[in-house]
Design a protein around this ligand. Structure first.
Ligand SMILES: Nc1nc2c(ncn2[C@@H]2O[C@H](COP(=O)(O)OP(=O)(O)OP(=O)(O)O)[C@@H](O)[C@H]2O)c(=O)[nH]1
Ligand SMILES: [Zn+2]
Length: 189
């Protein structure tokens, strides 16, 4: 379903009036349209399908070595305040005959980040889609992020980072596998 950017623009104009602004002043004339366009991009994950996104870029490869892509930066918005949270996502998985085209892991992160999110849910959605898409033996996902709703308002803490992890399959069952993952992404358990 396409976004109705015209309607969103009208709502943004109303919002501007309610916060005491004059939507007719020069600097704000195109703002409703710009905000609608920005929101279309920032929520594009609702309109993206994981299968189409992966686009068949999974390759047969008999390996059972761990694959890690670390430091995938992302921007998302918290569902409580619609303010950004942003940081890095680290993904590790153990293939069972199929590997991802490496860029597709980053695309999956963006797909789920570009929605209204909880960091915990984002972490689990990524681990689940990686596990299911290539029938992996195990998956580990760690997200480290800073939430603007905790920084520019509310509790106003500037230096705290939220860390979430989701481990599935061998990453859950084997301490050694988890250790390998944590040490390869540069984290201590
Ligand atoms: N667990 C979790 N909490 C989040 C996330 N993003 C924002 N929050 C929190 O959601 C909570 C919403 O709490 P409320 O008390 O309903 O809202 P609030 O009055 O604006 O809370 P304050 O931020 O403490 O001012 C806050 O504690 C936020 O810090 C997230 O990704 N995960
Ligand atoms: Zn928030």
């Amino acid at each position: 379903m396409e976004l109705n950017t015209e309607k969103i623009g009208r709502l943004v104009r109303e919002l501007l009036v309610e916060i005491g602004e004059d939507p007719a002043r020069e600097g704000l004339l195109d703002t409703p349209k710009r905000v609608a366009k920005a929101l279309e991009f920032l929520t594009s994950g609702y309109r993206t399908d994981a299968k189409e996104l992966i686009n068949g870029a999974c390759f047969t490869q008999e390996t059972s070595s761990m694959v890690i892509v670390k430091g995938i930066e992302f921007y998302s918005m918290c569902e409580h305040h619609m303010l950004p949270f942003f940081g890095h996502c680290h993904i590790g998985y153990i293939p069972s005959g199929t590997v991802f085209g490496v860029s597709k892991l980053a695309r999956l992160v963006d797909m789920y980040a570009r929605r209204l999110q909880l960091q915990e849910r984002l972490t689990e959605q990524i681990s689940n889609v990686v596990m299911e898409s290539v029938n992996a033996k195990g998956v580990g996902v760690i997200i480290e992020a800073r939430h603007l709703c905790m920084m520019m308002r509310g509790v106003e803490k500037q230096n705290s980072t939220m860390v979430t992890s989701s481990v599935l399959g061998e990453f859950r069952d084997s301490f050694a596998t988890r250790e390998e993952f944590f040490s390869l992404i540069g984290r201590r358990t």
